[in-house]
Design a protein. Structure first.
Length: 419
């Protein structure tokens, strides 16, 4: 507040009040951005919400490649190891994600079998998991990561105890999904009944009859007219307006309910439920059992040995993508995975990032990322000299976006280093 006073030069109460209201820090937009930042200071994604199979297809990933990726929940980094890459650098500014990535890597390194890994990382209600952590994992972790998982909450429970219950119901995303289930139940809809469907036709019927009508309810439309309603999906305030503009040509009374319905329709109806673990997490809040469907790529039995053997090729860094690249030598990176991070960046940050990408990119390098809206967020924002050195694979991007089982993003984008 003292900064506001110095900036405005006002001293009277009324003038100061007017200045505070006009000042971005206290404006509705400023408060929204601060709330978004506050929510993202804790664990956000216990499971990363991007389809690694689409990623690996887009990257044409092979054993020759050095990758730099944002960590998030860590599932994709582990899936990439199934292709035996030369190295993976994982970066994340969120210390909770850093600790989760390091824990998942340690589980693959030190648990005795594939079933032990599955039990630890995906099963719910396995009360022995914290004991497994103490006996087989904790001593192999660095001090900071070990302290993180052993820290107790105000209830007296250690953080690691979430693996005794269901870690995927925690974090910002897990709680957002839980709130969605509660909202549906208030309107008489049990979303977990999606698990009872036997075919894509049944999935379509359940969506059309039970889920789609929810988006016409006044309460749902009112909630989704507020920018903060989508913070749990990782959609920052600056992207909300663009999504709102997509809703029926911008005439949807400020609500993005129409866009959300379209995204949820893809998640519910475009892929067989047994093959889409993202849909299981969204509608049932857990992974499928063996008789119900398939696990994520990194937890499939056929990938276990390759992933375990390659875990020592991963380094997890608590820093930004751009900062890490500044320490890399020219031409040393083959693949870059930016998730949806650029949705949060201004033009200067995007150009700083791509300057380092361009400098460190090897011959044939590729960059992949997702956007909340449909169009590529960097088009028209890169400097002409940078843009000229990268080719947008438009048709490939659109085709792979249709295959993305996570379904919540509007666009998937692939760029290749120009010759």
């Amino acid at each position: 507040m003292a900064d506001v006073v110095r900036e405005t030069g006002f001293t009277s109460n009324q003038k100061l009040k007017d200045a505070l209201l006009q000042h971005k820090l206290f404006s509705r937009e400023g408060l929204s951005e601060r709330l978004f930042g506050l929510l993202f200071s804790g664990l956000v994604y216990p499971q990363i919400w991007e389809d690694p199979d689409v990623d690996m297809e887009a990257m044409k990933l092979s054993s020759e490649h050095a990758i730099v990726t944002i960590g998030s929940g860590g599932c994709n980094m582990l899936a990439y190891l199934s292709r035996n890459p030369r190295s993976i650098d994982v970066v994340d500014l969120n210390p909770h994600h850093v600790a989760l990535n390091r824990l998942k890597l340690a589980a693959f390194r030190h648990l005795p079998s594939h079933m032990d890994v599955v039990r630890f990382l995906s099963a719910q209600g396995t009360r022995s998991n914290s004991v497994t952590f103490d006996r087989l994992i904790a001593s192999h972790l660095d001090r900071a990561t070990r302290s993180y998982w052993q820290k107790r909450s105000i209830t007296g429970r250690r953080r690691i105890s979430v693996f005794d219950r269901n870690i995927y119901r925690t974090g910002l995303l897990g709680r957002f999904i839980g709130a969605g289930h509660l909202l549906a139940r208030l309107h008489g809809v049990d979303l977990t009944k999606m698990a009872q469907t036997k075919s894509v036709r049944d999935q379509r019927r359940f969506f059309d009859e039970e889920i789609a009508p929810l988006f016409d309810r006044k309460l749902v439309r009112w909630i989704t007219s507020n920018k903060s309603s989508l913070f749990g999906l990782g959609i920052p305030p600056q992207q909300y307006d663009e999504l709102a503009g997509m809703a029926t040509g911008g005439s949807d009374n400020g609500s993005i309910a129409t866009v959300l319905r379209e995204r949820l329709e893809k998640l519910a109806c475009h892929f067989p439920l047994k093959d889409n673990y993202f849909a299981w997490q969204a509608f049932v809040r857990r992974y499928p059992a063996a008789h119900e469907g398939t696990l994520p790529t990194y937890l499939k039995a056929g990938n276990y040995k390759a992933i375990r053997a390659a875990t020592d090729r991963v380094a997890v860094h608590h820093e930004s993508f751009t900062a890490l690249l500044k320490r890399k030598t020219a031409g040393s990176v083959d693949r870059y995975v930016l998730l949806d991070a650029q949705d949060w960046m201004n033009d200067q940050q995007i150009n700083d990032l791509w300057s380092e990408i361009d400098r460190t990119a090897a011959v044939g390098a590729r960059v992949i990322f997702r956007t909340a809206a449909e169009r590529s967020v960097i088009e028209g924002r890169l400097s002409p000299s940078l843009a000229a050195r990268w080719t947008y694979l438009d048709e490939r991007s659109q085709a792979l976006n249709l295959q993305d089982r996570s379904a919540i993003y509007g666009g998937f984008h692939v760029y290749a280093k120009a010759d």
